[in-house]
Design a protein around this ligand. Structure first.
Ligand code: KG4
Ligand code: ZN
Length: 343
């Protein structure tokens, strides 16, 4: 009988300190996340220096809790998978150095994981992947359509040319005086309002799978300022609903076009904005009735940053023989295609 595989995941790329242990790539044994949102809120965004300090303070506590929950010893762990990039360099360094220290001390293989590969592999905890597939990645730092013909192979067919979807959400939220991170607040408001305000949708050139959200963001800011100057009131819930509708229309339409062109069997949703109720519902409406296409949407706890997704991706890279050296460094600008080592 094949021995069970246990991968430890470590994630510190932004404002969540997370350690998880995943069995056979798909089963969560422990998944501990310490969020720093409260510390960054009063600054209206993540302060890199504060993030690094919190990671230093939290990592050992989170690690011990994960090991306790899993009821395992380091001798049971087959590999340690750590987010090596992209992200905040100081924050990444805490995870990378901790992972290296643990790997060295316990003689365990080390694996470097791209953060977005992790977000995509969060879906594998929900259901097994079917290739070829398309992942719609929408997070605070990324908006991408990623095509995968097999495990561990990533092709970015479209990406944002300016702001990421989450970034646009957070900036619009700030304009509406909502707390950081603004995405969930806009989402909640949007459910209460109606998309009555005409806002732009950036389709870009025909055939392009790229995105652009900065024009939409500016249009929202202008709408608010113009109304203020005229002494008019705009219902924030209607503005939130209109903004959300513009974002969703473009995301869903481009995904649907790519699904057709690339003839994929599965559509995965990934990243923090995947928690968005409106987006989840729109994708379900678009794809659920389509024969031959499975739509996978992770539970909310696996949409925002966590380490189970890093361990899940790490499990595949481990099986494919990928190993990092102890010289592994944090790489804030890491490209996801560096995982395509088999070519
Ligand atoms: O993936 P993530 O946790 O961190 C990055 O890797 O960037 O994504 C965080 C982003 C933030 O911009 C946050 O506002 C957004 O995800 N977000 C949402 C929702 N929940 C989180 N955006 C829209 N609707 C939501 N419900
Ligand atoms: Zn993320």
């Amino acid at each position: 009988m094949k021995k069970d595989q246990y991968i430890m995941g470590i994630e510190t790329s932004c404002d969540e300190t997370a350690v998880a242990i995943v069995k056979n790539g798909r089963e969560i044994v422990a998944n501990v996340v310490a969020s720093q949102i409260e510390s960054h809120k009063r600054f209206g965004g993540v302060v890199p220096e504060i993030a690094s300090r919190h990671h230093v303070e939290q990592l050992t506590v989170v690690l011990e809790e994960a090991m306790e929950k899993a009821n395992l010893h380091f001798s049971d762990i087959d590999a340690i998978a750590v987010t090596e990039g992209p992200g905040l360099v100081g924050a990444l360094l805490i995870g990378v150095n901790s992972a290296k220290a643990l790997a060295f001390a316990h003689g365990i293989p080390l694996i470097g994981v791209h953060h977005i590969a992790g977000h995509i592999y969060a879906n594998r905890i929900v259901t097994e992947m079917k290739f070829p597939l398309l992942a719609l990645v929408v997070s605070g730092g990324h908006t991408e359509l990623v095509y995968m013909k097999e495990h561990g192979h990533f092709e970015v067919i479209g990406e944002t040319r300016d702001d990421a979807a989450g970034e646009a959400y957070d900036k619009v939220a700030r304009t509406l005086n909502l707390p950081y991170p603004g995405g969930p607040h806009i989402d909640r408001l949007a459910q209460e309002g109606e998309a009555t305000i005409d806002l732009p949708r950036a389709w870009l050139e025909e055939g392009s799978y790229d995105f652009s959200f900065s024009g939409l963001k500016s249009a929202v800011i202008n709408t608010v300022h113009n109304a203020e100057q005229r002494g008019e009131n705009i219902a924030p819930e209607n503005l939130a609903a209109s903004f959300q509708q513009s974002v969703i229309d473009v995301l869903v339409k481009k995904t649907a076009l790519a699904v057709k062109e690339y003839k994929v069997k599965q559509v995965l949703l990934a990243g923090g904005v995947a928690a968005n109720k409106g987006l989840r519902a729109a994708l379900e409406q678009e794809f659920q009735q389509v024969e031959g296409i499975d739509l996978v949407i992770p539970p909310l706890s696996l949409c925002t940053d966590n380490a189970a997704m890093i361990a899940s991706a790490g499990s595949i890279f481990f099986e494919k023989g990928q190993r990092a050296q102890l010289s592994l460094n944090a790489n804030p600008g890491l490209d996801i295609t560096t995982h395509n080592y088999q070519q």
